[in-house]
Design a protein around this ligand. Structure first.
Ligand SMILES: C[S@@+](CC[C@H](N)C(=O)[O-])C[C@H]1O[C@@H](n2cnc3c(N)ncnc32)[C@H](O)[C@@H]1O
Length: 356
């Protein structure tokens, strides 16, 4: 996909929502098979405690198990009556991965399958999810997941990139990207700038991992040979204020949620901006906390996606609502900001623009 001429309404069109629902159902099918392999089939009804016992789940992962069971209820696979979970309406389908969508969602399927295969060993404490998911052999899994070839993920990059590129104006402008990671957000922005004939003075790639951005800088220098890149290790929880370098634009795709205190992080970032500057933050969201997102199955096992809601008998991990982001923006005290949500039936993302 090319970032040129992609209107937001086109990005979150019917195909996108259909594909999102497809992968959501795919995850439910994977979970059902994982549970079946552990002799949990919901035929005669089973309680949460019985499920914990069958899974030999450690205390640490009980919330993940609760999440999984409530995800199956959400996807209408099982039902709950008085604390007992029953089979609702499912057969164990075999997904034909090539049939239901023409878009590339293989990276989501691959990560879901990888976690599904190992989920019983993770929640019983036998396997460490970090070792499992971030070994040398898994790099390619994440590179493909956080890539513009991955239809489900790339949309958030294109959305933010088109927005920011449209706002870039004037000469000698400096951009800072946060949590640049594998660089799919960077490429989306650099392509959008090129297609809109916008020139910048420098593009600073930053991430908590200096290793990742050093590698990224080398790759991008080959592809965008007229752009001057910098690469810095920058932890958004530890932003120093007394540095001289300031930026005109700050760009952050799916990273500010990692901050321990997003209000403090955004406030600190504002101090790093030149007057007249703009910050664009793109985040995956959910419409409300009753909604469980398929991405939570993956990211609830990783740091940065903490449990965020204790009000129900099932948890939410990481992903906030637009309402929560609005509260965060209010708390920063900044005056000129706007938050957009994606078009379509489901709220899946928030795009925030802050002007200084
Ligand atoms: C979901 S990935 C997004 C990658 C990239 N923005 C993209 O969309 O392709 C989140 C990135 O944030 C980085 N990250 C996590 N915690 C961070 C922190 N405290 N400070 C800075 N970066 C962080 C991770 O290393 C990772 O590269």
């Amino acid at each position: 996909m090319n970032s040129k001429n992609l209107l937001t309404s086109k990005l979150f069109d019917e195909t996108y929502h259909h594909t999102f629902n497809y992968i959501s159902d795919y995850l439910a099918e994977v979970i059902l098979k994982v549970l079946k392999d552990q002799s949990i089939v919901f035929d005669t009804g089973i309680t949460m405690n019985e499920i914990f016992t069958k899974l030999t789940c450690t205390e640490e992962y009980k919330e993940n198990v609760r999440w999984v069971i409530h995800y199956l209820i959400q996807q209408k696979k099982i039902n709950e009556i008085d604390g007992v979970f029953f089979k609702e309406n499912f057969t164990y389908k075999l997904y034909d991965e090539s049939q239901l969508t023409t878009e590339n969602i293989q990276p989501s399927m691959d990560v879901i399958r990888k976690i599904g295969e190992n989920w019983p060993s993770i929640i019983s404490g036998e396997k460490n999810p970090l070792k499992l998911l971030f070994g040398a052999n898994e790099t390619i899994l994440w590179e493909k997941y956080f890539s513009n070839q991955h239809y489900l993920y790339s949309i958030h990059n294109y959305w933010a990139a088109n927005k920011l590129a449209g706002l870039v104006s004037g000469k000698n402008k400096k951009i800072l990207e946060l949590g640049a990671g594998y660089g799919s957000g960077s490429e989306a922005l650099l392509d959008a700038l090129t297609s809109q004939h916008k020139e910048i003075e420098s593009y600073t790639l930053s991430d908590i991992s200096p290793l990742l951005v050093r590698k990224l800088k080398k790759n991008l220098e080959l592809k965008y040979d007229t752009t001057r890149f910098e690469a810095i290790g920058l932890n958004i929880d530890q932003i120093k204020q007394n540095e001289e370098v300031k930026f005109d634009y700050i760009y952050a795709v799916n990273v500010i949620h990692c901050a321990k205190d997003p209000v403090q992080t955004i406030s600190n970032l504002i101090q790093k901006m030149n007057k007249g500057g703009t910050m664009v933050i793109s985040e995956c969201t959910r419409g409300h906390y009753q909604e469980l997102l398929h991405q939570e199955f993956i990211f609830s096992l990783l740091p940065g996606f903490e449990k965020i809601n204790n009000e129900r008998d099932y948890p939410n991990f990481g992903f906030l609502t637009p309402r929560a982001w609005i509260d965060i923006l209010h708390e920063t005290g900044v005056n000129d900001w706007c938050l957009e949500i994606n078009p379509g039936p489901k709220c899946l993302g928030a795009l925030m623009t802050i002007r200084i």
